[in-house]
Design a protein around this ligand. Structure first.
Ligand SMILES: Cc1cc2nc3c(=O)[nH]c(=O)nc-3n(C[C@H](O)[C@H](O)[C@H](O)COP(=O)(O)OP(=O)(O)OC[C@H]3O[C@@H](n4cnc5c(N)ncnc54)[C@H](O)[C@@H]3O)c2cc1C
Length: 396
């Protein structure tokens, strides 16, 4: 595998970095404290072609490869996890699922405006009683003529108050357990839909996260994604793409931790020398560097498999698990290197540490990925070709 970057990817990184430095960095401590960011950011992301970075030009995107999405996520999370999370749900969990499983009509109606950044997509899987155990969900969808009637509730949904379209999962046949779950596209404007933000979050405070409520919500039957009963499979394949973006973002968070720590190591002196000269501080820097280098190799390997149209659940899970753990540790060490100053919002490291926690939980907790990896090695789990695969890159 060749992990050299093309000129186009180098330009994407440069543009994304400049965007983060100009549009996010100057405001992020305030946005984090206030609990929201300027919505004008969405238009700027769209104008740069970021909202559909790896969606084909045929469907309104920029037509870049899947590792370009990783580059974008790295650079955004160097600024703040809230922006990478937004891209994870909009592109990774929603748009890429439509690329993989959507009908031509669904792609034209939902994917195209999402790729252009005219509409925002999100993903509603988790419920109050169903997180890791997806099949414990209680939301139902009952077919009634040309419509489905959806009742239920989702929670911890990123962009709950912001997104226009949600990919929502519900039981069409509870008796069939995993095989009775189906996937639907739900528009915010549908009567019976409402949302409510969760307040008092530990991290990703600039981002919007919360609950969705569906009360006798009628949606057209044409908004069923895939076949009835394919929802669990669709959710898991969506997570292959979402987890990829989370892993790439974690690489960006480690980059941010390294940047801030190196600066501080040269600035701060104790016992007559810069703290970077103390070996125990060097150990923390070395661990961050190791985490950064190993994580990005795992991410680009998963991206390369996506480019080739191959299954990558195993490789993506490993990248997500390891990168998020490394990022969580890097943020803890970056905080430690800053001593008491890390404790104030004069420096971004406390925000990095708070932000680094959710990615260890969402899109498969650390424990779920640990189990998955053991199951692959032990031969209890295997990735087989799906009826619908993510389109290979270059796109036709
Ligand atoms: C900021 C944020 C944003 C989110 N955004 C979204 C979103 O956009 N869409 C969405 O659908 N969801 C979203 N989530 C929800 C997230 O995906 C879930 O929180 C996650 O799947 C874990 O579910 P849970 O919180 O219910 O934990 P639980 O599943 O209840 O787990 C609790 C603990 O038990 C452990 N555990 C569970 N089962 C096992 C097992 N079999 N073996 C060993 N240990 C186990 C877990 O690892 C964890 O430590 C978000 C969460 C957060 C924090």
């Amino acid at each position: 595998m060749d992990f050299g970057f093309t000129d186009e990817q180098k330009m994407l990184r440069k543009t994304a970095r400049q965007f983060v430095d100009d549009e996010i960095m100057p405001h992020i401590q305030r946005w984090d404290a206030e609990g929201g960011f300027d919505p004008a950011i969405w238009k700027k992301l769209a104008d740069l072609g970021f909202m559909g970075v790896c969606v084909s030009e045929q469907y309104g995107g920029s037509g870049m490869d899947y590792n370009s999405l990783a580059i974008l996520c790295e650079e955004l999370e160097r600024g703040d996890t809230a922006f990478r999370t937004a891209v994870s749900v909009h592109i990774g969990l929603n748009s890429m699922t439509l690329m993989q499983w959507g009908t031509e009509e669904q792609k034209q109606k939902y994917l195209v405006p999402q790729a252009k950044g005219e509409k925002i997509g999100a993903f509603g899987l988790t419920e109050p009683g169903a997180g890791s155990d997806v099949a414990a969900m209680a939301t139902t969808a009952v077919r009634d003529g040309d419509e489905y009637i959806i009742n239920g509730q989702k929670t911890w949904i990123s962009l709950c108050d912001v997104a226009d379209h949600f990919l929502v999962f519900a039981y069409t046949d509870k008796a069939k357990k995993h095989h009775g779950i189906s996937a639907f596209i739900v528009e915010r404007t549908t009567p019976g839909f409402s949302s409510k933000a969760i307040k008092g979050k530990y991290g990703i405070r600039a981002g919007n996260t919360g609950e969705l409520f569906f009360e006798d919500m009628r949606i057209p039957a044409s908004n069923l994604v895939g076949e009835e009963g394919e929802g669990f499979k669709i959710a898991m394949s969506a997570l292959d793409n979402g987890r990829f973006t989370v892993a790439a973002g974690a690489v960006g968070l480690i980059m941010g931790c390294l940047e801030e720590s190196v600066k501080y190591c040269h600035e701060r002196e104790t016992f007559g020398k810069p703290i970077g000269k103390h070996q125990l501080v060097q150990q923390m820097i070395a661990n961050m560097e190791a985490g950064y280098q190993m994580s990005r190799l795992l991410v680009y390997r998963a991206g390369e498999l996506k480019n080739k149209g191959l299954r990558n659940t195993r490789e993506t899970s490993l990248a997500k698990w390891q990168a998020c753990d490394f990022a969580n540790k890097a943020a803890d060490d970056a905080f430690q290197i800053h001593g008491a100053y890390g404790y104030s919002d004069e420096y971004p490291v406390a925000r990095f540490l708070r932000n680094s926690k959710a990615p260890v939980i969402y899109e498969g907790t650390r424990e779920i990925h640990t189990i998955m990896q053991a199951e692959y090695v032990l031969g209890y789990r295997e990735d087989k070709k799906l009826s619908h695969m993510l389109p290979e890159w270059p796109f036709d």
